[in-house]
Design a protein around this ligand. Sequence first.
Ligand code: HEM
Ligand code: HEM
Length: 917
Amino acid sequence: MAITPWVTWPALTSFGSIGVMGALLVLGSERTNLLENNMFDMEQWAKHNANLVCDERSLTARTVDGTCNILENPAEGSVYRRFGRNVDPVSVWAENNAGTLLTPNPREVSNVLMARGDEFKPATSLNFIAAAWIQFMVHDWFDHGPQSDADPMRIQLPSGDPLGSGEMVVKRTMPDPTRSAEDAALPPTFQNTNTHWWDGSQLYGSDQATNDSVRAFEGGRLKVDSDNTLPTELMSGKPVTGFNENWWVGLSMLHRLFTLEHNAVADRLAEAYPDASDEWLYDRARLVNAALMAKIHTVEWTPAILANPVLERAMYANWWGLGGDRDKRDKYQDDLANLNQNFNQLGNLFRLIGLNSNLGQNDSGFLEHALGGLVGSRTPADYDVPYTLTEEFVAVYRMHPLLRDSIEVYDIGSNVVDASIPLPETRDGDAEDLLDDVGADRMWYSFGITNPGSLTLKNYPDFMRNLNVPVRGNLDMATIDILRDRERGVPRYNEFRRQIGLKPITKFEDLTADPQTLSELKRLYNNDIEQIDTLVGQLAEETRPDGFGFGETAFQIFILNASRRLMTDRFFTSDYRAEVYTQEGIDWVENNTMVDVIKRHYPNLSASLVGMDNAFKPWGLNMPAEYEQWDADAKAQHLWTNGVMRTAYDANELPAIPPVNIGGLIDSILWTKVNRVGDVAPAGYEKPLHPKAAVARVKFVPAAGSQYTGLFQGADHGLLRLSLTGDPADRGYAPGLALKLFADGKPSENISALYTLSGQGDNYNFFANEMSNYVSPEANESLGSTILFSLVSTKPTLVMANAMAEVRQDGSAVASPKAPTQIYFVPGADVRGVFASDPHDFREDLMALPQGVKVYDVYATSATIRSSIFPSLNRRYANERRQGATKIGELHTSTPFVASAFGDSGIFFKHQRYEDR
Ligand code: HEM
Ligand code: HEM
């Protein structure tokens, strides 16, 4: 294995589940190393404990300032306590004393390596909710508070700077006012102006006055206005909430959502405990709401941004581990047994990927420890260092490149941008107004389907490099991000890696292969890898574990602190129990996900969230395992909203209709077409015929007295797909239709029809002729498809309707089914003779139709289909059958026709063969 500075555990995932478990072990032991070696306490606890008294209430509730979580050390994790360190203080001193605060010029780093310019680089596996979420979390965890006016940092604008010449002035971080003589040995320290705990302080505040301002003092609830929005501050227009700095609409959404969630929990508890006081209800609701947010972050947000099987397991282990959730616990037991049996193999795998580790020789006690859950552990564990967050933790959460420069607003279900709002226009006092104007549900949908930026170099949002902050003026946040780490003594990138147990890089080329970026890095950092700023290095890391939205350097800090936030907190360990939370409370945390929370408060997003198991991944069509069990309406609605509507083309950008692709009619496609049960084509399936279409939801309204059974007796939920075999300029105009009717809890049934195999020549009126599921074979059929279709059926010009007669819309089976042999779709009065016959795009005609039109009268016969080798006889038989056909119903649209990517290549219509009748 080549020598690389990068961690090798990701390679283990290619060895299947044993490899995944092995990788978990590596992470587990890595975490233990960090816990033992990388926690540096900066605080004088005794001094702060001196005046603290933990009252009765604090035994079972979180306090406003975070004190009394750890009863033996009550100041631990509370507001205004110092950030700790994950790196040796010696390295902090070294950074501080190097005299390189302004070297290289941070504004030049920003201009050259951070600026996004015109090219937004999306993180396609995430949605924009994920960006707002992490800022929402950060505001729970930490803030350095207002800056100092003394001795600001003055940065010379580099030559050629878009701002011209002169200097940029950045205020310093507020020095720690609690420093005293006994701190002389410590490097510079800074206070966290929020509680360090994962306690929802962004909603509840970190001091009494703020907490009082958000509580309703009734029923345990938080204050909301009569329309369920947050009260706003008179001057700023920003919501009244626990922490409202750096405000924009993404925060308005989340603060509103989780304020409403708090109230939902409080209401539930009030119902279960009608005699409980406001305070008692409030305290429990806060515990529950905070724990739910922590769980969502652990098992949903994190696996979304670090979408790797190892991580998903690791995060589940953090929350559930070996206790708690029964199903998951059992799964771990199996995994452990499996691992125990395969120790030797594991050791070999480790050697194979160059891991110099004897993990494979450990006993199962170690395994359980490494994999064990943190939540619900018997006692909090702090590894002898009182819990605080750290400066290095702050440094790795500088994720401003996640932000877009504008917010694209969509109607629910649509993928057509309705409005594009520059992000700065969504800030501060504008946020709440905008949310009300756009509608919170539309905004959630819009965030759900758009991507954040990826965490890479040259992807820093433009607006943030010229950010107007009230009182502070215009700031370049990229410059500030770089400066802050230096100012606070966070070591530069390579030293940072050494300090946290990662291998240092040895050359710039380790980071990136991009020649331009390489030469810029080398120039700015004077060819010295030791000078690379820690943020720049992190964003530059191109080698990342599969699926990782950020690199291993940030991840190393993350596994340490993410675990500590849980394992040191009394309310996530010994007091995560019904006696403290109530049973209803514990159930609420365990049983709800972000998807549930969004649906609870915005029920009309339900359709957009169908099948989504992770609200932070792009919303769209997901086909859950139990899809077939749904009722007819839900299935049709799902395919329509999340399939068709979500992927609709812009009306003036319809993709061209390609010619028929005879070469694409390969065996596997033909067999799929007649065998596959399901409404969505398998991945990679392409339609070689009828590639482009328009689709509408339809109802089949039966004619009185129709003798045909099952869905022929009526179907309220159907999809009609109208298409051409291919580009009409190529082999003539050959229209076709496919109809899918849905049944509750059963697979849908389908039928397809054509006018004739070779079509209607140069008549471009889609509704010029009726269509049928049986067409006569044609001797000179230009496609030759009949011959190909003969490979899979003895009657290649017939699609059967039998299955459609066997099931009713309610899913019940028909005892004696009766199906027609041949069906005729006769253009209805609303569409007959309406459209032109000269060359034009049929989809535009269809899209111009309003909903509620009768597209077809449906006729049928049960006469046996006879055929002859003589075309004239064939025609006579066909005429006789047609004469004998009676009207069995009508097809009415219940939506307009829409042309969409899903309607073109996603939706699938099975053909029932003669052999399968
Ligand atoms: C429109 C959205 C946002 C605005 C306006 C904003 C603005 C700011 C400002 C003004 C600061 C303080 C800068 C200073 O130290 O002087 C800051 C710090 C920070 N921001 Fe953002 N930010 C936004 C979104 C985000 C997001 C999405 C993240 C993702 C994690 C994030 C993470 C941080 C972190 C970690 C800090 C450092 C905090 C500290 O020093 O304690 N921000 N942001
Ligand atoms: C057993 C013989 C047949 C085979 C193997 C076959 C195969 C195919 C294939 C591969 C496609 C394109 C892929 C797709 O839309 O998913 C297709 C589409 C289509 N076929 Fe057939 N076909 C057969 C018979 C027929 C007959 C007899 C008709 C009508 C009289 C017909 C009407 C259509 C129509 C309208 C489409 C486009 C939309 C759809 O139904 O999915 N086919 N067929």
